[in-house]
Ligand binder design. Structure first.
Ligand SMILES: O=C(O)c1cc(=O)[nH]c(=O)n1[C@@H]1O[C@H](COP(=O)(O)O)[C@@H](O)[C@H]1O
Length: 272
């Protein structure tokens, strides 16, 4: 999916919600365990219940890889089930030397047909470049993450600036706002305005609302740009909103709350 299509989808749906399919077989409702592929059965119900409210789904590959071949099958069924026209993210946080990175890019873009992959930039340009060489595909590079450990490296000063600022500034030279996004954690309130100033045109994938306590209101007021420029992810707060027979209805209600709030912020941005 290209940028124009993504921006159009956000406008049409009045939503910048990304539903995170971090599907843990230990946490899904027990009645699904008798299905041939319980993880896919869960994801299918969540997708059916939320597909008109979100603009993206993020599949965190860890939750699938840990189940071996069965997990990869659930992942494939899930990504194929997501309606075309919705942005799909493989949250795989890959990063390796160039020829290996090329194989990772082929895995997620060619074999599984995702629109985007999350990429860890620690190994430098040759590890990121292969993800930027596919038409209408995206690398979503870790910029400033939502977790406590972001203090260990990302928020250390390198000369006058934080390491994360140096990373974002450098990585921006490798791609364009048409094929490169950054991960920016919703919990990083003090830094949100600075990150937006650093990368005014890029989309940010923003995890950390819901279970990690980040505020949708804050991220929206501090980091929205003229094209919205945000994909805000919530995983546990949506997919585990309920745990009974009607878990999908509970997930829909949680997603609807996010979407309604987002539509207000989009309106305010247009008005202001
Ligand atoms: O790249 C990510 O998606 C990511 C980056 C980050 O800084 N923080 C973060 O939580 N994530 C992912 O975003 C999701 C957050 O899940 P919830 O906290 O349940 O909404 C998980 O899949 C995390 O792996």
């Amino acid at each position: 999916m290209n940028r124009q299509e993504l921006v159009g989808l956000i406008k049409e749906r009045q939503s910048y919600l990304c539903v995170g399919l971090d599907t843990d077989i230990q946490k899904i409702p027990k009645h699904l365990l008798s299905y041939p592929d319980p993880v896919f059965a869960f994801n299918k119900a969540i997708i059916d219940a939320t597909k008109d409210l979100c603009v993206a789904y993020k599949i965190n590959t860890a939750f699938y890889e840990c189940m071996g071949i069965r997990g990869w099958e659930s992942l494939q069924r899930t990504v194929e089930y997501i309606p075309s026209g919705i942005f799909t993210i493989a949250d795989a946080k890959r990063g390796d030397i160039g020829n290996t990175a090329t194989q990772y890019a082929k895995t997620f873009f060619d074999t599984y047909k995702f629109d985007a992959v999350t990429v860890a930039p620690y190994m430098g340009e040759d590890s990121v470049a292969p993800f930027l060489s596919f038409n209408e595909k995206w690398a979503i590079v870790l910029g400033l993450t939502s977790n406590e450990g972001s203090k260990d490296f990302q928020l250390q000063k390198v000369g006058e600036e934080y390491l994360y600022e140096k990373v974002i500034r450098t990585v921006m030279e490798w791609g364009t706002p048409d094929n490169l996004m950054f991960v920016v954690g919703a919990t990083q309130t003090a830094q949100l305005a600075a990150v937006r100033q650093l990368a005014p045109d890029h989309f940010f994938l923003v995890p950390g609302v819901g279970a990690q306590g980040g505020s949708l209101q804050e991220i929206s007021s501090l980091a929205m740009n003229k094209d919205c420029g945000l994909l805000v992810n919530a995983s546990r707060a949506i997919i585990y909103a309920g745990n009974g027979e009607d878990f999908a209805t509970d997930a829909r209600n949680a997603a609807l709350q996010y979407q309604q709030e987002m539509s207000e912020y989009l309106e305010q941005a247009v008005a202001g």
